[in-house]
Structure formats: C-alpha cells, structure tokens
Design a protein around this ligand. Structure first.
Ligand code: NAP
Ligand code: MG
Length: 514
C-alpha cells in the first residue's frame, strides 16, 4: 500500500478546476429538492415526516427532503446493528480497511460534486467545501492504515513457556452524532473510525445537513459495506438522539457538537439502564473559544491577515475558529486597524458564487443568536466593523470586529459560532496567555511571537489541545495535527491521530501455556 499522504486541495485559480466546479454546481442544482430515505439493515425506509434541508444562501430553495426517524425505527436500527455486529466483528481488520479505501476512492472521483452539495447545503465557499471533502478522504485513508497497523501482532514482553497475544477487538454498536459544520469530514471520520475498527453504527446526522450525509451513505452502499454495519437514521436530536444514547444496547457514543449537548449526552449515557451490562464509552468533542495571541514585535500585516483568515473562514463556524485576538498593547492599535480593514473588505455573498469569501451562516437559529451577540458586543466593546445583517435572501451577516473587549465579557467567554471577533488588549505576554486560558474551553490557540522565551512559555502554559505558533489556528490536517480539545472542549480524542481508533476498541490478552 502506498504511504499515507494528505489529499491535495483543489487549485481554483486554474481554469479547468473552475470549470469542473461550475459543472458540479449545475449538476447538484438540477438535483435539488429530491427525497432521501432512512437506511436500516440495508433496507431503504421512507417516512411520512421529513426533515426539510434549506439552502442558507437562498432560503426559497430546498436542498432536499430527508426521512425523519421515530423511536420505533430507532429500535429497528438498533436490532439491525446488533445483528450485523455478530458477523462484522469477525471480518478481518484488513478486509474492513479495504471497504473504507474503496469508499475513499469513490469519494475522490466525485469530489467536486460533494463539494457542490456542501456549497448548497452548508453555505460553504468553494475552498471551504473542497477542504471538507479532502479531510473526509484523509480520514478514510488514514484510519484504514491505522486498522492495518492495529491488526498486526502487538508488541508485548515475551516470556518463555507461554504464548501471549494482545488483540484489539471492537466494542459493539455505536451511535454516531456529528455536527453540521463539517457535514462530510466529521461525519465520515467519526463513522469510518468506528466501522473500520469492527463496530456497527447508527448514524444520526445533524438536522441542518442531512442531504450530504445521505450522499455519503450512497457511497457506503456502493462500496458494498454489508447491511446493518451502518444504519442511517436522521431525526431529532432530542427525540431519537436521546433514545439511542439511553438505549441499554448502545455500547458507545461518538459525538461532536456543542458543549451543552455533549454534557447532556455524557450525563444520560452514564445512567445504567435495566439490562445494560457495560459502562458506555462517550467520546465527545465540543465547542471552543479559540484565541490568537499577538506578541510585541511581530509583523502587523501577517498577524492581521492570519487573524482575519482564522476568524472569518466559513463565517467563524469552525470549532477551531479564532473568536478572540489578544494583542500586546504596543501593537494593539495597528493590528486592530488592519484587522477591521481586512474584515470589511471580505465579500459576503452566496457560498456557491466563486467570489464569495464568506457565505451565509447555517440557519435562522444561528443567524438570530449571532445577531444577539452583536448587540451584546456593542455593550461590551467598541464596534470596529460590521455589526449588522448583510444583504441577500439568506442568513447573511457582516464580518464583525469588536475592540477593547475585556476577558470576562460574554463576548470573550461564550461560543458565538459566527463571524464575530473580539479583540483584547494585554499589557504583557504573560497577561495575554492568562487571558487566553481564562475560559472553560481549551480547543485551539495560536501565538505570534519572535521571542523564543515567550514561545517556550506558551508551550508550557497555553492550555489547549491544538496549539499553533506563527500560523492560523484552523486547518488541522489528518495525521499531521491530531485534533481534540481540553476542558469543556471535549474528551481530547485526537481525531486523525494514532490514538483515535483505540477509543472504539478494547484489548483482549490471550495467554497460552506451552
Ligand atoms: P449541536 O447542536 O450540539 O448538534 C450536534 C449533533 O447533536 C446534531 O446531530 C444534533 O442533532 C445532535 N443532538 C442535539 N441534541 C441531542 C440530544 N439531546 N441527544 C443526542 N443528540 C443530539 O452542535 P452543532 O450546532 O451541530 O455544531 C456546532 C458545535 O459543534 C459547536 O459548538 C462547535 O464548536 C462544535 N464542534 C466541535 C468540534 C470539535 O472537534 N471539537 C468540531 C466541529 C464542531 P440535531 O441537528 O437534530 O439537533
Ligand atoms: Mg445546532
């Protein structure tokens, strides 16, 4: 097998790639408004109730109608997953990897089309959608190789007179609950990791992005993944999500999403149900309030560009997005001025428009919540740019920057998950790091500095799962930057790293006296 390497990003400055993307967008547009079924034990099931998926760039446009499962169907999915587990757990790990490598190949062939679906369904710009697809391919390729590694004979101290073996075996049925913001990459990563390590899953996609999830299920079917190994069960988080999390046969939950839902799932999963014979494993990756710290003496233009890129890429709707920049007082005015200029110059328009820098936010709830935070910001800080809705028949907001925001302000403490950036002034580097650490989160962070002692100080004291120096705080690459956060940012599962698959397995040691 060739060595793992990250999927290359598409260069959209090349005319042939622009053409391919335009064609893909036209194809997807011609397919908007279709209906998608549940998949339970390999059977397609349609339901009366539907989830309507809207285009956030143009709310008059329906991306698709997706079947909405109820608890009876969730129970059927559990039965199908339990049955499939009995055979899938005995399929050799290398064979399971081959299925996922096939899925990766199928996705690679259709990458422009999958990007186009995310432009329409999630409000991703071309480049953001392409990065999402590339990450999905990376997860499939990386975890497949990881499973092959874990399938080999594992190192143990050997003693004479005994044959000792450690095998990693799967856990059982897992519930996969992804967020909408990486509607393909995170869904694919969480699902493929669980499947390749021998578990069977029920996938409950985010209700805002169920169509892209249905498209991924088509790839799993095309690759011939056996019936019941994955079950596709869109539906309400509160209704079937809770039901599945609480189910006594659920062995683990692989969740990525907000802090509150993650905490709720963890609580519910900890209650032992009648008939339950294990403690459920909960992997929960949650929110962030990520900061870039700007030390004295760095290049203002470089710092400002990086802040703007990290804050407003995908409209700030990344768990890793920079929502705070904490700037040494000597550079504060210069950086703040430039950040506001650059943010103001961003083009906010429909995400499938090739000129868009920033598309819409994902839905009406997000839109209204972010507008509220813009009003809070006007009380807590100094508005430097934006602060209002933007034009269009979708959920468009102006990239917004507030200056002189105190560390204790709500704007500095609460995850907004939109195009709102808070700037904070620090008197010293140590004060800047303390301010960066002063939230309940700990996902990503970045430090711009030319001072070796300061960088070493940050290495020790900046308490985040993914710490970057002199670069943006977004864009973690599978295999290169294993990803996961501390504190209320989650269980630090380090997706895309060598520790990840072990979360979905248990070790069995067999010792035979010779
Ligand atoms: P969310 O509202 O927490 O939803 C995430 C998923 O949980 C959705 O599928 C949702 O279903 C489901 N859900 C909701 N209530 C549930 C319940 N009671 N039981 C079971 N499942 C339930 O998060 P989101 O708005 O989709 O995503 C944004 C959040 O994800 C942000 O906080 C962001 O920081 C975080 N995130 C973290 C990472 C990371 O790696 N740390 C990566 C990406 C995103 P419905 O859609 O049906 O409600
Ligand atoms: Mg949500």
């Amino acid at each position: 097998m060739i060595e793992y390497q990250n999927e290359a990003l598409v260069d959209f400055s090349r005319p042939e790639n622009k053409d391919r993307m335009r064609q893909a967008l036209a194809l997807v547009k011609s397919q908007l408004g279709r209906s998608y079924d549940l998949v339970i034990g390999g059977q397609h099931v349609s339901t009366e109730a539907k989830i309507k998926s809207e285009d956030p760039s143009d709310v008059s446009q329906v991306v698709g109608y997706v079947a909405k499962a109820n608890q009876a169907q969730a129970e059927q999915a559990m039965a199908a997953a339990l049955q499939a587990f009995e055979s899938w757990k005995h399929v050799d790990g290398t064979v399971r990897s081959r299925y996922m490598l096939k899925v990766a190949a199928l996705l690679r062939r259709r990458k422009f089309e999958f990007s186009a679906w995310m432009c329409y369904e999630a409000g991703k710009t071309w480049a953001e959608a392409d990065a999402d697809v590339a990450e999905a391919i990376d997860f499939l390729e990386f975890y497949s190789r990881e499973m092959i590694r874990l399938n080999e004979r594992q190192p143990l101290i050997r003693i004479s007179g005994e044959d000792n073996e450690l095998q990693y075996i799967p856990l059982g049925v897992g519930i996969v609950i992804p967020p909408w913001n990486f509607p393909l990459a995170i869904l694919v990563g969480m699902t493929s990791a669980a499947i390749v390590s021998g578990n069977t899953v029920i996938v409950k996609p985010a209700s805002t992005t169920p169509v892209i999830a249905a498209k991924f299920c088509e790839l799993l079917e095309e690759a011939g993944v056996p019936a019941g190994v994955f079950n596709f069960l869109p539906g309400s988080g509160g209704e079937i999500g809770d039901f599945l999390v609480a189910h006594p046969k659920t062995r683990f939950i692989n969740f990525t999403g907000s802090r509150d839902v993650g905490v709720h799932i963890n609580q519910l999963a900890s209650q032992i149900q009648p008939g339950q014979i294990w403690i459920k494993r909960v992997v929960a990756e949650m929110g962030g309030k990520d900061a870039i710290v700007i030390d004295n003496g760095v290049d203002v233009e470089d710092a400002a560009l990086t802040i703007v890129n990290s804050a407003f890429g995908f409209g700030g709707q990344k768990c890793s997005a920079c929502s705070r920049a904490i700037i040494h007082t000597d550079l504060y005015d210069a950086v703040a001025k430039r950040v506001a200029e650059l943010a103001k110059a961003l083009t906010v328009t429909k995400s499938y428009d090739e000129h868009a820098h920033v598309g819409p936010v994902v839905d009406k709830n997000a839109y209204e919540k972010i507008l509220e935070y813009m009003e809070i910001g006007k009380q807590e800080g100094k508005l430097l740019c934006g602060g209002e809705k933007a034009e269009g028949n979708g959920h468009f907001l102006q990239p917004t920057v507030f200056g002189d925001v105190p560390t204790e302000a709500r704007l500095s403490q609460e995850e907004i998950f939109g195009p709102v950036l808070a700037l904070t002034r620090a008197q010293t580097f140590e004060e800047a790091i303390a301010s960066a650490n002063a939230t309940e989160y700990g996902l990503t962070g970045s430090v711009f500095s030319r001072n070796r002692e300061h960088l070493e100080y940050a290495r020790k004291h900046f308490h985040v799962g993914n710490l970057y120096f002199n670069r943006k705080c977004t864009g973690a690459l599978v295999g290169v930057h294993p990803f996961g956060g501390f504190n209320m940012s989650g269980t630090d599962s380090k997706a895309g790293g060598r520790d990840y698959l072990l979360l979905f397995m248990q070790a069995k040691v067999i010792s035979e006296k010779l």
